[in-house]
Ligand binder design. Structure first.
Ligand SMILES: C[S@@+](CC[C@H](N)C(=O)[O-])C[C@H]1O[C@@H](n2cnc3c(N)ncnc32)[C@H](O)[C@@H]1O
Length: 281
């Protein structure tokens, strides 16, 4: 990420969650009225203006992936809370609104993000009349240059309690070193802790047509100043997560079956590029 610049990709993802509320058939995959509110007068009109583009097949499939990953993370979180977890860390939170919809009594949310993105989010919340809940703590961290453990400790994070971590839409933007040090931090948490993240397969693992789609997406994020730099095959990811058990690594077919079967619209994933993996300690 460019220093001192809020994440443009975070805005794009948030716009797609908003588009899901506005244009997709019910039942929605992710019920998130706050996704509209946080964009407010500044950004919501763009979702309306680009309505035509949002109905193109690749855009629909990308939106399907984005809402499925949030839904899946929130389902796993609910399971973790039922087993007694009281801390939720969103790594690279972007404009995620879970903390404003948190219905789990006693669950504390830590939103970790690049300082520039976090500051911009807080300005947007303020501008759109969204109150910061008491159960939310902001933790500004640049994963490439700062120690996540130190910043979390300063923010009051309790390392003696099991925690659930969500790391959505962040891994492809990191260096391998930053990825591994964050995985090591998560792996050092108490038994019962868990993590969910999404990741992309390397270009060479994709069929030729999907390589073109990947190239176009890579060009777009690079232009936004946030180039992709990290991909894994499922086999490599399993090795990276060897400290975890109960690994569940879902591709498009599994996600389509779980979340998109029997829909009245064409919202579903296409291709094999993106995967969502979770594991437990
Ligand atoms: C594509 S957005 C995803 C945001 C959010 N998780 C979501 O799903 O809407 C990528 C997020 O990663 C964060 N990010 C990227 N590189 C980072 C870094 N080096 N340190 C901290 N955060 C970073 C950005 O600030 C941004 O919030």
């Amino acid at each position: 990420m460019q220093e001192a610049q809020p994440s443009r990709t975070a805005l794009r993802v948030a716009m797609r969650r908003a588009a899901h509320q506005m244009y997709d058939a019910h039942p929605l995959i992710l019920e998130d009225p706050m996704a509209l509110r946080i964009l407010g007068k500044e950004y919501l009109p763009e979702v309306e203006r680009t309505r035509f583009k949002l109905h193109k097949p690749h855009s629909v499939a990308l939106r399907a992936f984005l809402v499925a990953r949030s839904r899946h993370a929130e389902e796993l979180l609910a399971r973790a809370v039922a087993q007694g977890i009281t801390q939720y860390v969103l790594l690279g939170a972007g404009l995620d609104t879970f903390a404003h919809r948190n219905a789990h009594a006693g669950l504390h949310v830590f939103e970790v993000d690049h300082p520039a993105t976090q500051e911009w989010k807080r300005e947007l919340l303020h501008a759109n009349g969204m109150v910061i809940p008491k159960s939310l703590t902001y933790v500004p961290v640049d994963f490439e240059h700062q120690q996540l453990a130190t910043q979390l400790a300063e923010a009051g994070f309790d390392t003696s309690r099991p925690t659930f971590f969500a790391w959505l839409g962040v891994v492809p933007y990191l260096t391998l070193e930053a990825f591994r040090s964050t995985v090591a931090l998560i792996a050092s948490q108490p038994a019962g802790s868990g993590v969910v993240m999404d990741y992309g397969q390397p270009r060479e693992a994709l069929p030729p047509l999907e390589r073109l789609a990947r190239d176009s997406m890579s060009a777009r994020v690079a232009l936004a100043g946030e180039p992709f730099q990290l991909f894994f095959t499922p086999e490599d990811m399993r090795l990276e997560l060897r400290a975890f058990h109960g690994i569940d690594d879902l591709g498009s077919a599994e996600l389509n079956e779980r979340y998109f079967s029997g829909r009245s619209d064409n919202l579903r994933l296409i291709g094999a590029g993106g995967r969502i993996v979770s594991g437990w300690l």
